[in-house]
Ligand binder design. Structure first.
Ligand SMILES: Nc1ncnc2c1ncn2[C@@H]1O[C@H](COP(=O)(O)OP(=O)(O)OP(=O)(O)O)[C@@H](O)[C@H]1O
Ligand SMILES: [Mg+2]
Length: 364
């Protein structure tokens, strides 16, 4: 077929290799760069569309298989890097982008939400954020739960001090940082023992401040941990910024699922793409009998709702004591026990989300 080994023939044999999610040629997507040949040693850079690419190994293998077909190849070295695409500016419910401004430097803004409280939004948001950071992505977490901020504790930043600086643009906040994730939360700005009483317009102001008056820097993903329900915070966020998508967290119970449906409809009405549903507390794994599973809240609810509503099920996270301990102690389960069933599920969910976000940005 090809009788010479040069960069042109390398690109030609790689041309039929596709990104499995985008279903387009890697070469045409400009994902193969810096092809170099030295005495039969072929090297090139594979630029993925997210550092958290779930199919990384698979794509590398496909590339190697293709290049091996060329004559004289003695060695193949693939350097893998990533450039996360910027989300498209999505039109709002009225079909325009009035008032919606992206956050400079932030490529993709994602909400983690639920209709019902206590289903594990913060647990999912924190662990997904840390799991994405573990892959090398630049990640921020915005705790939009102004009334009951939990993220500082869950991310091991309960005692962190946040720096507020006066600049000519007004006051700016410097996010706190731990486990590879930048965090801004009301928890840094209030007295921990005082309940916070906000009226709608004030809440709107705080969320906008957390978006625009924070030195987020360059971020691949800004994850927003929402308060429960479909109230002011959700409305403010979806009106303020264009969003790459929303993730809905639910438990398998019927009541939780009814609320999840409401949450999902709200985002759909605001033209925010719903990336899918995470079913949390899917089943209980007793620590002394890790091979057992108990369906405490019923089973299969998340997948049934996902099918009914036509959105994907992003994954199921078991109920494990170590996940709760991870939240309370500030060492998220994906760090504390990366091989536990919950951590594996949360890491897989993070990769699935990243994959979907990149596909949406490149195909919209
Ligand atoms: N899969 C799980 N296994 C064990 N414990 C969990 C799991 N998911 C969440 N929890 C625990 O359940 C409690 C509630 O979770 P979390 O705070 O994440 O929910 P939430 O939806 O953010 O709540 P809120 O609506 O109050 O913001 C926490 O103590 C958390 O550690
Ligand atoms: Mg929460």
């Amino acid at each position: 077929m090809y009788d010479v080994l040069d960069s042109r023939s390398v690109l030609e044999v790689l041309r039929p290799v596709q990104d499995p999610e985008l279903r387009k040629s890697l070469v045409e997507l400009n994902m193969i760069r810096n092809v170099n040949i030295d005495n039969g040693k072929v090297s090139f850079t594979l630029v993925l569309t997210t550092p958290a690419c779930p199919l990384r190994e698979f794509i590398v293998e496909d590339c190697k298989k293709a290049v091996k077909k060329l004559p004289g190849v003695t060695e193949i070295n693939v350097e893998v890097t990533a450039e996360t695409p910027q989300q498209k500016n999505l039109p709002d419910a009225t079909g325009t982008l009035r008032d919606r401004n992206g956050v400079p430097g932030v490529k993709n803004i994602l909400a983690v939400s639920s209709g019902k409280g206590g289903v594990g939004k913060s647990t999912v948001a924190v662990n997904v954020a840390v799991a994405l950071a573990q892959t090398g992505a630049k990640v921020g977490l915005l705790d939009a739960d102004i009334y009951g901020p939990n993220d500082p504790t869950m991310l091991g930043l309960a005692d962190a001090q946040i720096v507020v600086r006066s600049t000519e643009k007004g006051e700016v906040l410097e996010p706190a940082f731990n486990h590879g994730v930048k965090l801004v939360s009301m928890g840094f700005l209030i007295d921990k023992d005082q309940p916070v009483i906000w009226r709608g317009p004030m809440l709107n102001g705080v969320i906008r401040q957390f978006l625009y008056q924070v030195e987020w820097g360059e971020l691949d993903y800004l994850i927003v941990d929402m308060p429960p329900g479909t109230g002011d915070a959700q409305l403010t966020l979806t009106q303020a910024v264009p969003m790459a998508g929303a993730v809905i967290v639910t438990t398998p119970q019927t009541v939780a699922l009814l609320d999840a449906r409401k949450g999902l409809r709200m985002f759909q009405q605001m033209n925010v793409p719903v990336l899918g549903i995470v079913e949390n507390m899917s089943y209980f794994i007793p620590p002394d009998m890790p091979d057992k599973q108990y369906d405490i809240f019923g089973s299969g609810g998340g997948s049934k709702t996902a099918t009914e509503l036509g959105v994907p099920l992003l994954g199921c996270v078991p109920l494990e004591i170590s996940t709760r301990v991870g939240g309370d102690s500030g060492v998220p389960i994906v760090v504390a026990e990366p091989n536990s069933a919950s951590a594996k599920a949360l890491k897989a969910i993070a990769l699935t989300i990243a994959g979907k976000v990149s596909v949406a940005a490149l195909t919209a």
